[in-house]
Write a protein that binds this ligand. Structure first.
Ligand code: KG4
Ligand code: ZN
Length: 344
């Protein structure tokens, strides 16, 4: 599609129908990662730089928005320069500049989005604003040839959704969490059992050496394709309390929690997949890096489904997925005046 250059009257074609190679530079700064990437034709990563703030937020046990925004300010120019350096490309070689608009932390989003807008203005190229959740889904296009339609499970720190992806731009949310997101539940349970931030990946590691059948935890009965994880969190709290004064069987608790979560997600995703009759399914978002969730969903392959999950580095926040989303025009915002937003 034609996208407007910002100073001249020129239009530049961006996307699969442009007829030439596209190099999109994207910036992501919605939470605690400052990232910049250059992606060729939506699928081939030419440069990928991620500056993580984990070390800063570790001591607080979670992300402090004001501190995160300041860290983005410190890192943003460095990640942009490094992406140019890795790629060997010059600003003029870039077809369009993209940035995450939301959802996310407003102060953090402002840093990356304004950097992307400025690059587009200075180099007279199109600007493309991207929705962070759509970008997570588009991580599935990187290094693969997968195309919609497919069913998708999006699991991140803020969202848990089953999405019917009919085309690059037509997506319908079939169900979502009515309380905590899966990543949030992981992080809260991790904190309960004394694991440091960010708890999700650490809990996953311990779960792999624990017994998944050690404790029976409740599977939520919420209907349709919706999810609820707050009851499970409370059940873990009760379980932890029952060990007061005794050694906490941390690995077994982690494994039992992980078993319950992964079973719930896989069951509902499988149901949606069967109901819709698609033969492809993808997972996306930070929690898609989880070993047991991946394992259970990849088991669908035995029934003949094509299953795709992004490489680990494209599951958690990164800018390559944002560039891919801009290329495939997945419900993007092409207006330079677009404002950041915090909630979906
Ligand atoms: O998508 P993401 O990087 O940021 C958001 O957009 O929310 O997801 C971050 C979430 C955190 O809650 C983190 O604990 C969780 O993903 N996470 C995991 C794993 N790796 C990251 N949760 C469970 N198992 C993992 N291996
Ligand atoms: Zn994310």
């Amino acid at each position: 599609m034609d996208r407007k250059c910002l100073f001249s009257e020129k239009n530049i074609k961006v996307g699969p129908e442009s007829g030439y190679d596209n190099y999109i530079m994207a910036i992501e700064s919605s939470c605690d990662e400052t990232a910049c990437a250059i992606v060729k034709n939506g699928r081939e990563v030419i440069a990928n730089v991620v500056a993580s703030q984990i070390k800063t937020h570790e001591k607080f046990g979670g992300v402090i928005p004001e501190i995160a925004a300041r860290e983005h300010m410190d890192a943003i120019n460095i990640v942009i320069q490094e992406a140019f350096g890795q790629s060997g490309l010059k600003p003029n070689d870039i077809t369009a500049f993209a940035g995450t608009v939301g959802p996310g932390l407003v102060g953090c989003l402002l840093v990356g989005l304004n950097a992307a807008k400025t690059l587009a203005l200075v180099h007279d190229k199109p600007f493309i604003g991207v929705n962070h959740l759509n970008a997570h889904l588009c991580a599935n296009y990187i290094d693969t040839d997968i195309k919609p339609p497919f069913m998708a499970l999006l699991v991140s720190g803020g969202h848990t959704q089953i999405i019917d992806v009919e085309s690059y731009s037509k997506q319908t949310i079939l169900g979502e969490t009515i309380d905590d997101a899966v990543g949030e539940a992981y992080d809260k349970v991790a904190r309960l059992i004394g694991l440091p931030y960010p708890g999700g990946p650490k809990l996953d590691k311990l779960a792999q050496i624990g017994n998944p059948n050690a404790f029976e935890l409740p599977i939520s009965k919420v209907g349709g394709y919706d999810f609820s994880f707050s009851g499970l969190k409370t059940a873990v709290l009760r379980l932890v309390k029952s060990f007061e004064g005794k050694d906490l069987p941390v690995n077994d608790i982690c494994a039992s929690f992980q078993e319950c979560v992964s079973k719930t997600l896989a069951r509902k995703l499988h149901k949606a997949l069967k109901e819709k009759g698609y033969n492809q399914v993808v997972i996306a978002g930070g929690v898609a890096a989880n070993s047991e969730i991946r394992k259970k969903i990849f088991e669908f392959e035995k029934e003949g489904y094509r299953v795709n999950a992004p490489a680990m580095k494209y599951c958690t926040d990164n800018a390559a997925m944002v560039a891919s989303c801009a290329y495939f025009n997945t419900n993007t915002y092409d207006n330079i005046d677009v404002e950041v937003f915090s909630r979906a």
